[in-house]
Design a binder for this molecule. Sequence first.
Ligand code: ZN
Length: 497
Amino acid sequence: MDKDLLLKQFKEYQNRMAAFRFAMFQIRWDASTIAPSKSAAYRNKMMGVLVGDNMAQQRDPKNLDMLEKVSQMEDIDPLDKISAEKFLKAIRKFEKVPREEMVARQQNTAMATRVWEEAKKKNDFAMFAPYLAKNIEHNKKSAEYRGYEGHPYNTLLDDYEEGMTIERYDAFFGLLKEELVPFAKKVHTEGRPIDDSDLYKFYPKAKQREFLDYLAGAVRYDLDRGLISESAHPFTSGASLNDVRVTARYLENYLPASIFLGLHEMGHAMHSQQGDPAHEGKNLGGAGMGIGESQSRFYENYIGRSRAFWQRHFYKLQNIFPEQLKNHDPDSFYRMANRSKPGLIRLDADELTYPSHIMVRYELEREIMSGDVDVNKLPTMWNDKIEEYLGVRPTTDTEGILQDTHWSGGSFGYFPTYALGTAYGAQFYYALLKDIDVEREIANDRMEVINAWLQEKIHRHGGLLTPDELMIGATGSSFDPKNYVRFLIEKYTEIYF
Ligand code: ZN
């Protein structure tokens, strides 16, 4: 076929896929924020039609043939070539999994999520167990159909962060277990206590929102190309560089939730807003869940939980909440905001105890994917591990194994990227320090200098580099978890001893 005609067909295909993504983005955003509660049934029916149409396009042999040819063309725009390769890769990924298996899996996760919500409310693991068992079975089958190197879990780990394997995660979590877990225990038993009760006073939602708008300005999240809305579980979503939205969650009796989850989502948003406009609509994807999380954590932890940040911004916060924060100054607020306390809930965990929560989930997933774990024993296995690493034991499954939605949605291999991304963040931070006086720039309200560094080294590459390539390009060496351990031990030694 004529090359120009082929490229014309490819562009049409690319545009159709981009338009579909854009429509789904708008619908899902609406569903998670402002849609009326009774709108779900009709919306789901319509979404089903759209998804079906989209799948048919992807599986159409004519399209596959066209993508194949474009991916092999030599003298075309390299971004188009990569785009065609990425389309093919996504379609091929599940090619060997039979259609009926895909459908059965989808049906089970949909049911499992509904049952999980109820089980969590009722603290009833037994009602969820059969659905969890099926989700596990589907994941094992999927790894078998798709093939794996070394271990079936490797295929799933690679889905969420390219290049990651059990061996690499074992080395990472092994180091955390050896150095961070005992250090955190020492902080909790021997550290100078920090009174954080002022964070639990009454903080009206409208005032928290006012501060969040201020923070958007502080980190330079562009609200002409973004939006802050509200949802039960904060998230970031965008289908274009010029439309990247975040949601926040406000707790009127706990101030840090809106601030730090807000900065987290704005970090995700900065990653997207600072992308390369030339990538728009080309299905080039992102750099992986770990790299994505490294950017949200960068703004949340390495910037937002730093002393310099509160030296610059505390007085604005105090201005908004003069009564609640009257006994504080930047330093005491910094200490309160970094208070570490072992807890049961991952989402409420502080910077120091957070990785232990992920370690528990990783170790359980590894065992689950390795052999025949009795699903009914998982709650006890969970509680034992939480007790071992955090020194506290859940008394209900709602506060234990039922707390997160990931396994109900059939996601295995996702959790470890949370800890990995946070650890990547430390390595990026040390590399940034070599080039820029970070504290001075934050103190002088010059976030654009830091943003420009992140854009140059990370954001502009989008999905073009693998995580390893990105890490080496930005920091000069491959990922080394020692940076993360060093960062946390230095930071918390200074705060607590
Ligand atoms: Zn995130």
